[in-house]
Design a binder for this molecule. Sequence first.
Ligand code: ACO
Ligand code: LMR
Length: 603
Amino acid sequence: MKKLFTKNTKVIFFNEHPVPIQAMLDFDWICAKSEPCVSAIVNPKKTGFHKTFFGPKEILIPVFKSLEEAVKFAPQADVLINFASIRSSFESTKLALATKTIRSIVLVAEGIPENQTRELIRIAKKNKKWIIGPSTVGAIKAGAIRIGYSGGSSENIIESKLYQPGSVGVVTVSGGMSNEVYSIVNKNTDGVNEGVAIGGDTYPGSTILENVMRLHENPEIKMLVVLGEIGGTDEYEIAEAIKTGKIDKPVVAWVSGTVAELFQTEVQFGHAGARSGSRKVSALAKNKVLKEAGAYVPKSFNQFGYLIKKVFEDEVQKRKGYTLPTQVIPQVPPQDFDIALRDGLVRRRTSIVSGISDDRGEKLTYKGVDIDKIVKKPLSQTINALWFENRLDKTGMDFLELCLKLTADHGPAVVTAHNAITTARAGKDLVSSVVSGLLTIGPRHGGAINDSAKWQFQCVATKINPTEFVKEMNLKGELIMGIGHRVKSVQNPDERVQLIKDFARKNLKKSAHLDYALLVETETTKKKNNLILNVDGAIGSVFLDILKSNNYKDDEILELIEIELFNAIFLLGRTIGIIGHVLDQKKMKEPLYRHPWDDILYK
Ligand code: ACO
Ligand code: LMR
């Protein structure tokens, strides 16, 4: 029969499982193949591409919702690797068995009902197709292709030299043990040529004997290694084939499960098919019948490697015409970065440094404070954690609460509100309308807290006389930030400023910056009654006093001024009011705003 697997075999992979797909392509790379063996993938939930690596290069493998579409795209693929779930394995395998271009199916799922498996076997025989599995890791053709995970990690592939074909054919029941046997064979012979794990179900798609005979036909294979299991009668057929000469290549065999003899009752091992049952299917009986037929059977599994070595040397290596397999230098695939990073093999500079919160653990934390503790505290605790590294005391947090409430809004006539309102009435979405208002915050309105804190800090630090300071600013023609208001004045005081002053008087032992700002106000209001200490100026001066009372050093305060932390207070507060105005306009479905002509002086 035509070989199932060669270096040119192409496969269709059913169910988009990234890890075995990558394992197969890494094997292709290790064997220095020019292209990957997976031609298409079936994922019933998606059409598109699967991103994976072929060596160092990232490639896209087409993904189709149905096997029919995948087969149409890749008629050259004659193997289906079926990673479907138990529920969909039967139908998908039946479909593959009815597909002309598919010659063999590797069925991975464990636990497929026996009646379904037997039906699949019946169809496979009728359609002359080959099934490996169910419950298998697959098969491997050294130097050519590996199916699924067969052969284990890339390191094991290289260590067991599965990148170059040797003289030994391996047939096992267990997938896990197949990797072990490949390693034993590599250590004791010139290497594996092809290996297959038929799977541990009671009814395998292809039996040990069928696979032994399939490998036996391959002229590259000079000896066979078989690892059977307790249960079933396959080994009797192998023994018969050896006796009749159907198998004329040396067979080294071992049936595992001899420990069952120690039990008084029937023993069910891991695989469904590994059931002790009658004496005939016991490991002891089957090892005996194989030995009597002429197979090489070790006294125990521990002797398996030794006997494989002896048979290889005596029956293969010494035989006339034996040639050492072509030695291949494997191409080591790059390691997945994430795995190498996890194992400390590589390191990478991070692109971002963040110090205020962490969402990676079980609980979100704000500067180390668990979210379930944060939610029990006022909003100012959150700001304290996210802005101030939890350094503010209660007074500091209470002042933040006060500022947020006071700056939240100041009526629809203020420029921030006005722009938000007109933008909302222009039909813009919430975010655009709110941003329109926020972008109006600036040196003349809401954005003067920072600059007011700057002169307040410097004046107090340098102890300049307030009158001198005002004169200096006047001479320079510079406005004093935090001073002046369009509508508030000495006669029409800003209630919010009064509340800020009351807070300071009540909660702060020292208020040097507020005191200084009020002295400046005394000077400026001599010129005009609206040149009062406004909300920006008041917040700036009191917050300086609060930072001082929280032991912030001068350079720390200067840094906070530099990064505009003071303006952040008004920004956060006024966002509340701006959102309110936008929602208000949208609820009222107010039409587009157009400024009245009579309110414009056309120069
Ligand atoms: N410092 C010194 N002199 C001032 C100041 C000030 N901050 N503000 C106004 N003046 C002077 C002007 O130079 C002008 O003098 P002049 O007559 O000799 O030319 C006179 O006062 C009138 O100036 P206007 O700009 O017409 O005064 P207006 O009342 O329009 O200004 C405003 C109000 C825009 C707030 C202004 O005082 C100012 O820009 N202040 C600094 C920025 C600031 O603190 N903004 C925050 C406001 S509150 C808030 O937005 C929450
Ligand atoms: C505000 O809070 O918006 C102001 O004090 C500015 C203003 O013009 O009312």
